[in-house]
Design a protein around this ligand. Structure first.
Ligand SMILES: Cc1cc2nc3c(=O)[nH]c(=O)nc-3n(C[C@H](O)[C@H](O)[C@H](O)COP(=O)(O)OP(=O)(O)OC[C@H]3O[C@@H](n4cnc5c(N)ncnc54)[C@H](O)[C@@H]3O)c2cc1C
Length: 251
């Protein structure tokens, strides 16, 4: 959704100076950081209280006052993409991530056994330091980026004569005007936005039938995240990272 004027510029002479990025998950954060590095002034809007999206970290306090932290989205990540490997090197140098060198296991409900999934040839895994949201938090604070949390973009309107996008929040308050907009989340134009907010999605896809066809093909699969804390360390479990495998659950 970046207007053609941005694409026409180059990294030394960007024509568009102001871009709004909707969403402070990893895709929005990486995009915002790259735009800012190319001299574009970026404003990130994020519905949640902080950055991370599906790489968020949650803090809970137990009844006796102890702090618990849960990376309740992606617990780690790996890659085979060379561009992402380059980014990983930079994030490691910035102290935002570290390689997770522990054994990884999977618990099979049927056989009731732990299986070492590392033997299956998976790649190096990385975790955020101190939590998975650290990457998004740092990228959204890069120079040239203003990040606004707790702000849901509710409408996007393109003004042909001004060559600008006008953004409003979900209550109709003005969020400013931008040369370009990057929507990092499908809910910006899907019915999910209506299910959550009771309002029409910010972008009317009927105005862009080509994009609508592509978006319809993007699958969305809901999942539950279980956040468990144990009184004592589970020293009898050989794998600090366990995925629970219900694939062969009897029907
Ligand atoms: C339980 C779980 C486990 C996972 N495990 C792994 C794993 O092991 N390895 C791996 O690589 N991946 C894993 N993933 C997937 C990975 O977390 C996601 O693919 C990735 O984080 C998605 O990033 P994103 O930026 O595309 O989207 P998101 O993180 O969803 O970011 C989109 C953001 O946009 C915001 N937003 C949406 N609409 C608006 C609006 N109108 N206004 C303002 N803000 C808006 C949302 O609040 C959200 O923060 C896991 C995901 C989950 C849920």
């Amino acid at each position: 959704m970046i207007c053609p004027k941005i694409i026409a510029g180059d990294s030394m002479n960007p024509i568009a100076t102001k871009v709004a990025v909707i969403g402070a998950g990893i895709s929005g954060a990486v995009c915002a950081s790259n735009l800012a590095k190319n001299g574009i002034s970026v404003t990130v809007f994020e519905s949640a209280r902080g950055p991370g999206g599906r790489m968020s970290r949650r803090r809970e306090i137990t009844e006796d006052g102890r702090e618990l932290y849960f990376d309740h989205g992606a617990p780690c990540f790996s890659t085979t993409n060379t561009e992402v490997e380059d980014m990983i090197k930079v994030w490691e140098a910035r102290g935002l991530i570290a390689e997770w060198k522990q054994n990884f296991g999977s618990f099979d409900y049927i056989t009731k056994q732990f299986v070492n999934i590392e033997k299956e040839g998976l790649n190096k895994k990385y975790v955020g330091i101190p939590g998975m949201n650290s990457i998004c938090r740092a990228l959204c604070s890069d120079p040239g980026i203003e990040s606004k949390y707790g702000v849901t973009v509710g409408s996007l309107e393109w003004s042909e004569n001004k060559d600008l996008w006008s953004l409003k929040d979900k209550d109709g308050h003005d969020l400013g005007q931008f040369n370009g907009v990057v929507a990092s989340d499908k809910s910006t134009f899907s019915q999910r936005f209506t299910q959550v907010s009771g309002k029409p999605p910010p972008l009317d896809l009927s105005l862009t039938p080509g994009l609508a066809d592509i978006v319809k093909e993007v699958p969305v699969r809901p999942c539950f995240a279980l956040m468990l804390a144990f009184e004592n360390p589970l020293s009898s479990v050989r794998y600090p990272f366990i995925s629970l495998c219900f694939i062969s659950f009897p029907t």
